[in-house]
Design a protein around this ligand. Sequence first.
Ligand SMILES: [Zn+2]
Length: 321
Amino acid sequence: MADRFSEQFIQALETHDRKTLVAIPKSDLHNHIGRGCRKQWLSQKLNHEFADPPAKFDGLMGMQNWYVNEIRDYCREHDATDLRREGCFVEAGRNHLVRFAPGFAVEDIEECGSMKAFMDFWNAMHQKYCPDAVFEPELAFPSYGDVQAEIPLAEEYFASGFFHSIDVCCGEGYKPFEAYIPLYKIAEKNHVLKRMHVGESGTAEDVEAAVETLGLDEVHHGIHAATSPRVMKLLADRKITLNVCPTSNIMLGYANTYEDYPIKTLVENGVPVTINTDDLLVFNSTIDEEYLRLYEAGTLTAKQLDEIRLWGIGEKNGTNN
Ligand SMILES: [Zn+2]
């Protein structure tokens, strides 16, 4: 498997050529819109130097507290919340994403006043900053949310045809997977991809249970599937892609180092994976850097990383159809 950029991509990894890596078509299928911009870009726009993140956070809550104190509140005070979201599209254009799947929350729609106003606003951003990218907006529900109250919202928002996928995020283990079935049924009815954050802090068995209970097409994170040959076989047989985020997992303590990042085991066991940024504004590692870090740590070969790039941008799994 190769495209006309493969040779260049491999060479750019081998020579630490950031400029070329940035210019080559890539995907980012797991990023949260409000935290998807580059810190340097936001700093320039606001003429404010944000603090660097610590090397490790104390789990999701530690990360959330840092983000609120160091970034979110400053943006609120300076009316820059939309600027942050806009920066996510700027980065998609700068880093030549040809598939771009930012995750939105229900509140993002409510803030716009109507689904129509929301769609018009973000479609315009897409056209302005990254028209070459296939824009695949995701609607994410918090894992601790009130599913009954979310049902009519999910009905309305998925029926609009704007969203390409569903996600449940913000921490695992709040409820049994069965609790989310109504949301995934609505997603299924509207023919959107079914994704969920699972196997980030949770186990391989959690990944399996979520896939079976909710009929997931893809998994966000899912790295702990690498502890179970049986679960990896299930994912490989069904071609269920794991959208993994190396720097996020390492900084949150869900993985140790790039060298032993579980992507190697997943790839060797035939599990399809993509590489993604999660929260660029927090973890401060752009998509080209994510590839480079895994190459330079010796986790995967340049050719393996190119195959992952191709899987992410590709027509391979029919997600563009
Ligand atoms: Zn995430």
